[in-house]
Design a protein around this ligand. Structure first.
Ligand code: ZN
Length: 148
């Protein structure tokens, strides 16, 4: 088990050091901003929707290791998904990081790396900030999302 935890930490560290899909998206059709005042994390998510699917997704912002890695891995996972798939994936992810039984954890793929967050309730907001922001972007919510 400790090997597994180490592996997960490596995945998270890798995404913190070199975030994927980082930067502005010129063709964005949906944009939202999120803040986690508790930790100081800030994120802007850019979506390019086409035919009801996420054709492209990028993010900008600054924050702690968990929030950055979570946003980075989220963009990889959500590309090509529909809003319905995004909501159901977020539900699974939320169960995982809040320590609820997550029998379908396999469907999360590498997002399972965030299971350790459940031991640190204060970090749940860091791990879910980008997800809340994506939901706001899909709803075309202009007011910034805050986890408080
Ligand atoms: Zn944070």
């Amino acid at each position: 088990m400790s090997d597994l935890i180490e592996l997960y930490q490596e995945v998270i560290l890798d995404h913190t050091k070199s975030p994927r899909n980082f930067g502005n998206l010129e063709k964005a059709t949906h944009i939202a901003e999120g803040h986690n005042p508790l930790c100081g994390d800030q994120v802007i998510v850019f979506l390019e929707m086409a035919d009801g699917w996420i054709k492209n997704i990028r993010f900008e912002g600054k924050g702690c290791a968990i929030s950055t890695a979570s946003a980075s891995m989220m963009t990889e996972v959500l590309k090509g998904k529909s809003p319905e798939e995004i909501y159901s994936t977020f539900e699974l992810f939320h169960d995982l990081v809040t320590g609820k039984p997550a029998p379908k954890v396999d469907e999360l793929g590498k997002l399972a790396a965030f299971a350790g967050v459940a031991a640190f309730p204060v970090r749940v907001k860091c791990a879910t900030l980008a997800w809340h922001t994506v939901k706001a972007a899909l709803k075309k919510q202009h007011r910034p999302v805050t986890t408080e």
